[in-house]
Design a protein around this ligand. Structure first.
Ligand code: SF4
Length: 347
């Protein structure tokens, strides 16, 4: 075993953040012709940095195609990053070989969006939830069976009557509970919840989010909670990062982001969140135009083609990081006193 994997199988009890991501880049080559010549790059993730503390939830939010799912999968090395650094509990994941990565895989799990497509239809629920412990040679056969039964019960299923059933016999919400039990089966420290509730009805969404919060407490979990809807992440997240076209444009503690959004894109997303109090009116900020293609993203601030407050400076360089308060930063020239008084650019 190399130095890199020493202690990799043990739980996350160390000091410092559980996960540190620095300048993560993932570009997918576009190939054409019989010789598969590279003719361009999809710049799915372009310089993303954040940290995730132990037993914390970071919400990662943005419109479809902004790169958030690619971030989640690249962290787990389900997709190889183009460049950047990912450190999990002190281990440099990007520099590891597949063999070195293996003991860490158990500690990093994913819950997928599609509870219909992510479960093997030919396996019983018991076999699905028990597969991970079997692969990682955890416990005896009897212990694994007990673990599966406990987890099924814990996620709200009936182990006695449902353990031998197949995924098609369950509703969408129940299938997502099976996906959660499967992720928990190997005793992970970190779970990527990739649009884990997006395909569910609103009432079921709330139940699954509450379940994830309870399980976080019980199993000492850290979550990267990926969603396209700010309303969904509000309840579960300690901090929220907002992504647009491959870059994080604002990050803040959840409460601060919802009460003091600074980036115009965050404000537009928040304006679309329904107001629970019908007596309070909220002005909807309608963004014009489509999200530009990540093959050829706009220069400067990538949001400048749709931003209602864009200024001449915005199309030059990507704005640097402006610190607003504890844990709150934004990448927007409006935070720079030198530019904040500028006239908006003509449309
Ligand atoms: Fe809008 Fe300019 Fe800020 Fe980008 S940098 S969000 S274009 S004001």
């Amino acid at each position: 075993m190399s130095d890199a994997t020493n202690g990799a199988e043990s739980g996350a009890g160390g000091a410092g953040p559980l996960l540190e991501v620095r300048d993560l880049v993932k570009h997918f080559p576009i190939r054409k012709g019989v010789f598969h010549r590279t003719v361009g790059q999809v710049q799915a993730v372009d310089g993303v940095s954040f940290t995730l503390n132990r037993k914390e939830t970071l919400g990662l939010v943005g419109e479809s195609g902004c790169g958030k799912t690619t971030v989640g999968r690249t962290l787990l090395r389900l997709i190889e990053p183009t460049s950047g650094q990912v450190t999990f509990d002190g281990h440099d994941l990007v520099g590891m070989s597949r063999a070195e990565l293996r003991p860490l895989r158990r500690r990093m799990q994913i819950i997928f969006q599609d509870p219909y497509g992510s479960l093997n239809p030919r396996m019983t629920v018991g076999a699905i939830v028990g597969e991970g412990p079997l692969i990682h040679e955890m416990g005896s056969r009897e212990e694994r069976r007990e673990r599966v039964e406990y987890l099924l019960e814990r996620v709200g299923l009936d182990p006695v009557h449902q353990i031998n059933r197949y995924p098609h016999e369950f509703s969408g919400g129940q299938r997502q509970r099976i996906g959660i039990a499967r992720a928990l089966s190997v005793n992970p420290d970190f779970i990527v919840c990739d649009e884990a509730v997006s395909a569910l009805d609103v009432s079921i969404q709330a139940q699954i989010i509450n379940l994830l919060i309870e399980l976080q407490d019980e199993f000492d979990l850290s979550y990267l909670f990926i969603a396209h809807d700010l309303a969904v992440v509000e309840h579960i997240s300690d901090r929220v990062a907002v992504m647009y076209l491959g870059k994080i444009v604002e990050e803040a503690p959840a409460r601060e982001l919802y009460h003091n959004p600074r980036h115009p894109y965050t404000r537009a997303l928040l304006s679309a969140v329904p107001e629970p109090d019908p007596t309070r009116k909220k002005e909807r900020i309608l963004l014009t135009g489509d999200v530009p293609t990540p093959i050829n993203p706009p220069s400067g601030c990538r949001f400048h083609t749709r931003c209602p407050q864009r200024m001449p400076v915005c199309s030059g360089e990507f704005p640097g990081r402006y610190d607003i308060g504890p844990g709150h930063h934004s990448h927007c020239y409006l935070e720079d006193p030198a530019h904040a008084a500028e006239e908006p650019a003509a449309s």
